[in-house]
Write a protein that binds this ligand. Structure first.
Ligand code: HC1
Length: 603
């Protein structure tokens, strides 16, 4: 351990700790801006400067490691003057249109100004970066607001490994953008939106969809249906002052009803449906593989309800619900696209059902149904524009709001969120199992699938405490598990002794590691879950700011609490799902399912 003194307080810190981290660990606040917790050091803004006794220059505390005997002052006159000048210089090149900026009240630059008591702006910069890029369906870029802190560069390069956003040009012309002067809409960006979660100002944000939703609610005669993703209910409360991880499902439903949505449905319902379809597809791929290896014959295959052409034998099968991930594989591993499950993501499935099954039930022309998805994800805004997401000439989903956008709309409606009663989702597309809840947590889709697939094959529950596949849960980059089939049901006996190997990853860097294994022909896995954002949907690009590891853990805990609190914890036991198959779809992978719920990515 290293001994040092900060502001006359003797403290100790582990070797390698920065001064900023050591101060934080000891509840000493050093103002900072470009610093991004838990990630590669950036050191571009210098706001976190401190004075070290005996050193000639001030030090950036986020870049300087503690050393034995060091004496630091974080608030000396010299430090305060330097910090103020650095701040004013930053402000000199920043628009002063706070009143109409979408980040007002939630802007880190604004908060920093209050904290360090800057009440004047003595310098006027060139304000040369006036480029606004709205070419992406998911993310809007306003370079005039960029303060060059490079947090977006770090998250895009170091965390996601995509590397689309980088500093271009030099000196006063420096700007952060995709290279080759490409607009975002033409770059190989996945639209994961992680850059929007770390941008401290209004330079990177989701593309606005609130106007389209207001228009549908207030100025059309359409039946307006809203659905909410699994990860919204454990994060939306943060926008209204609740602790991260507070479950606000009931209040959220009441707010949506007060806003005049005609029906409030649950994306979790179609997460259960996804498990039925994707679980069946996975079993289909396993038996097709064994058929291709002549382990089973045509008669056996058909007895299990599959045709040789149903799914193909490509393994590992990879989940397909995260649209940032789909865009990633299309750009970077297009030759491996056959590994993707053919399932549309749950919210697209729900949209397709609203405009077929449910429209028929309420006798409304599907063209007069407007479906809004509230998602933690910015890439979902892109997903709904894909040509694959249209049935019978109508788009499955019409608009996607992020969690942040929904919070804005609730506030704008004058609704006092904390006083709302506990509302309930509408039927028949509103009831879900605990397996659906956990879709929002990393490893959740895989665990949900295993709960059903294992039971189909063996007739028994997954043999783990509280049905949790613990080895694949958590925030680590790649997690794996193995499950050996024993005592399978008679029709599945040929699977006895087979060890099913699964892997899960959240974040695109982990995805690329797993894809490289596949590319080399060395992947040992049968089934892989990939979520595009680090931490999965609970930390999607549209979630409340800040989203750091502490917040992620609380949201994940809440998701598992929701799951464990339910009597219904397996997708195949959801009575409304059973009913949907009986009334409308027939069977998993049946004709109607193929038409509405599946697609084929071809890029
Ligand atoms: Fe997700 Fe999904 S879980 S992709 O993480 O499969 O965004 O929450 O809605 O569609 O259900 C996101 C979350 C979400 C879909 C589901």
């Amino acid at each position: 351990m290293i001994n040092l003194t900060i502001n006359n307080k003797r403290i100790t810190a582990e070797e390698g700790t920065t001064i900023l981290e050591a101060a934080k660990q000891n509840n000493i606040l050093i103002p900072s801006l470009c610093y991004l917790e838990g990630v590669h050091k950036i050191g571009s803004c210098r706001i976190c400067v401190v004075e070290q006794e005996g050193a000639k220059n001030l030090q950036a505390s986020c870049m300087t490691a503690v050393s034995e005997g060091m004496v630091i002052h974080t608030n000396s006159d010299r430090v305060r003057k330097a910090r103020k000048i650095l701040y004013e210089l930053m402000l000199s090149d920043h628009p002063k249109d706070c009143l109409k900026c979408s980040r007002s009240q939630n802007c880190e630059l604004q908060k920093l100004g209050e904290l360090i008591q800057v009440d004047e702006s003595r310098f006027e910069g060139a304000k040369s970066k006036d480029f606004i890029d709205e070419t992406s369906p998911s993310i809007a870029r306003d370079n005039s607001k960029c303060i060059l802190c490079k947090r977006c560069v770090t998250i895009c390069n170091e965390v996601q490994g995509v590397g689309i956003l980088n500093p271009q040009f030099r000196g006063f012309s420096t700007e952060v953008s995709p290279g080759s002067e490409l607009p975002l809409g033409s770059a190989a960006c996945t639209y994961c939106g992680q850059c929007t979660t770390v941008c401290p100002v209004g330079a990177l944000k989701e593309k606005d969809s609130t106007k389209a939703v207001w228009e549908a609610l207030l100025h059309t005669n359409k039946t307006v249906i809203v659905q909410t993703a699994p990860a919204i209910r454990v994060a939306l409360g943060e926008e209204f002052g609740y602790e991260p991880g507070t479950i606000v499902t009931g209040k959220m439903v009441s707010a949506l009803k007060e806003m005049n949505f005609d029906y409030v449905f649950d994306t979790n319902f179609t997460a259960d449906l996804t498990i039925m379809e994707e679980g069946t597809e996975f079993l289909g791929r396993i038996v097709s593989y064994l058929y291709s290896q002549k382990v089973i014959d045509t008669e056996k295959l058909e007895k299990l309800g599959f045709k040789p052409t149903d799914t193909g034998p490509t393994l590992p099968m990879i989940t397909s619900c995260s649209p940032g991930w789909i865009k990633y594989i299309e750009h970077y591993y297009p030759e491996q696209i056959e590994h993707l499950s053919s399932c549309k993501s749950p919210h697209m499935m729900l949209g397709a059902l609203c405009k077929s099954y449910f429209a028929e039930k309420i006798q409304v022309d599907p063209k007069d149904v407007f479906v809004v998805s509230v998602m933690p994800c910015t890439a979902k805004k892109f997903e709904i524009t894909r040509p694959e997401m249209i049935n019978n000439g109508v788009s499955n989903v019409d608009a996607v709001l992020t969690t942040r956008e929904l919070a804005k709309m609730i506030k704008n409606s004058g609704i006092e969120f904390v006083s709302l009663p506990e509302g309930v989702m509408d039927h028949p597309l509103g009831l879900s199992s605990g397996a659906a809840d956990i879709f929002g947590a990393p490893g959740g889709v895989m665990e949900a699938a295993l709960r059903t697939v294992y039971e189909i094959v063996t007739g028994r529950e997954l043999p783990f405490d509280k049905l949790h596949v613990v080895p694949i849960q958590g925030l680590e980059r790649i997690k794996t598990a193995e499950l050996t089939i024993e005592d399978a049901k008679e029709e599945w006996e040929f699977l006895n002794g087979i060890t099913v190997k699964v892997a899960t990853t959240s974040g695109l860097k982990g995805a690329s590691l797993l894809m490289e294994e596949i590319q080399r022909g060395e992947s040992p896995y049968h089934f892989i879950e990939v979520m595009g954002c680090p931490g999965g949907c609970i930390s999607g690009g549209g979630q409340p700011r800040p989203t750091n590891d502490e917040v992620r853990k609380k949201r994940i805990q809440a998701i598992y609490a929701e799951d464990e609190g339910k009597a219904l914890r397996k997708s195949h036991e959801n009575p409304y799902i059973e009913n949907l198959y009986q009334e409308y779809l027939g069977k998993p992978l049946g004709h109607r399912s193929h038409e509405l719920l599946h697609t084929h990515y071809t890029k």
